[in-house]
Ligand binder design. Structure first.
Ligand code: DX5
Ligand code: ZN
Length: 221
């Protein structure tokens, strides 16, 4: 398994977004994570299609778009047009999850499902075959810089087993409070893709921080 690091631009200095993204590229980031919040599913407002399109203009990296919104299907077409590589929607806001995932793929994007800390893994068991990515939230979504919820480690191990037992090759992503201390146990639990905002962008040397995070994801000896 190879670890992928996905800096979340939620914590970037948005007045210097192009430089921040160039720095992520130089640090070897694998994806750029874009947190879309609507002030309804979560109590915060962030980015929409225009920002996705702007980021698409300035990087070749895949854009990992995390939709923390109600009625996510209202945004699929615009986000695909704007250049999203993948879209991840929350099971808590997706009563027709199977259909919604299929629509994301129809638009040429990879399709992911996210589960909040209180949502059981059983929310995705019936759609494992439809998933390109499973996102296990390790904080309650809405804000960057929150503390990692320790109980989510066990959930990540169970998610890994669940994917493996179904022969799924889906990416297992974690998001929230991922830093130098939490990334190694998450990697050992079976996560392969690590969203990190605060730890990267508040570091004295963000580029070196990306490298540090990656270094902690090596096969245990
Ligand atoms: C939280 C967002 C995260 C956030 C992570 O609602 O989905 O992507 O940016 O930030 P950190 O790494 O600061 O917890
Ligand atoms: Zn996110």
């Amino acid at each position: 398994m190879i670890a992928r690091i996905a800096p979340s631009i939620l914590s970037a200095d948005l007045s210097r977004l192009a430089e921040e993204i160039a720095m992520c590229e130089a640090g070897g980031a694998d994806l750029i994570h874009i947190d879309v919040m609507d002030g309804r599913f979560v109590p915060n407002l962030t980015f929409g299609a225009k920002v996705i399109a702007a980021v698409r203009e300035i990087t070749e990296l895949p854009l990992d778009v995390h939709l923390m919104v109600v009625e996510p299907e209202n945004y699929f077409d615009d986000f695909a047009k704007a250049g999203a590589t993948g879209m991840t929607i929350h099971t808590e806001a997706a009563p027709h999850l199977q259909h919604q995932l299929a629509r994301i793929k129809e638009l040429g994007c990879t399709a992911g499902a996210a589960i909040n800390p209180a949502t059981p893994l059983s929310a995705v068991t019936e759609v494992i075959g439809d998933l390109d990515l499973l996102l296990v939230m390790t904080v309650n979504p809405g804000f960057g810089g929150q503390r990692f919820i320790p109980g989510s480690l066990d959930k990540v191990s169970r998610a890994r087993k669940l994917l493996d037992s179904h022969g799924s090759g889906a990416t297992l992503e974690v998001d929230g409070g991922v830093d130098r201390n939490t990334i190694r146990p998450l990697w050992e639990a079976g996560a392969d893709t690590f969203v990190s905002g605060n730890a990267i962008f508040s570091a004295a040397d963000p580029q070196a921080e990306i490298e540090e995070l990656r270094k902690r994801c090596v096969i245990a000896v």
